[in-house]
Design a protein around this ligand. Structure first.
Ligand SMILES: [Mn+2]
Length: 179
């Protein structure tokens, strides 16, 4: 049984780089190219889950075009599921005009925004193109298996995902507070 996960974080799409006006556009564009390259690598590696562990976006007020482009790039992932955790820069807020509502509306049904602190079962996310691998059936992102109604035989994968510093493990520099 195997679950191959591609993990990234802090892509910070939409970063303005205002302090570098002469290369501002190139630096901003490079973030999109990087994400594209990551998705291509994940596809080449045959990953089943593409996981973004926070700060896919640089801030909650990124332009709509940035959100559309991000959703399109992630939509090229050929695995079973893309899961995106909001971070401290692109935190989750309710409201139909919020970043994540817009992102959700631009993403397919195999993209999951981990907006709440709870386990997310993978079962409802049935693949469109091919059967869910045995490794992913009845599995969940998050903590305990109980309450998920999994019923899957054998062991289960539990994938914890977080963004930020660990409690009780103080950062050694300010960059560790807002990486
Ligand atoms: Mn961050």
């Amino acid at each position: 049984m195997e679950l191959k996960i591609f993990l990234t974080a802090d892509v910070h799409l939409g970063m303005k780089f205002a302090q570098y006006p002469e290369v501002q556009k190139e630096l901003s564009e490079a973030r999109f190219e990087t994400l594209k390259g990551l998705v291509e690598r994940a596809n080449a590696e045959g990953c089943g889950l593409f996981l973004v562990a926070g700060d896919l976006f640089d801030r909650v007020s990124v332009p709509k075009e940035t959100i559309v482009r991000a959703a399109a790039i992630l939509g090229e992932f050929q695995g079973e599921l893309t899961a995106v955790l909001p971070g401290n820069h692109d935190f989750h807020a309710t409201g139909s005009d919020s970043l994540w509502a817009e992102f959700g509306s631009r993403s397919g049904d195999r993209t999951l925004v981990l907006a709440e602190k709870r386990p997310y079962p993978l079962r409802p996310l049935q693949p469109r193109r091919r059967p869910l691998p045995r490794a992913l059936r009845g599995k969940a992102l998050g903590a305990k298996r109980s309450g998920m109604g999994s019923g899957a035989p054998g062991g289960a994968f539990h994938v914890g995902v977080a963004h930020g510093s660990l409690m009780g493990s103080p950062p050694t520099s300010t960059s560790a507070i807002t990486p």
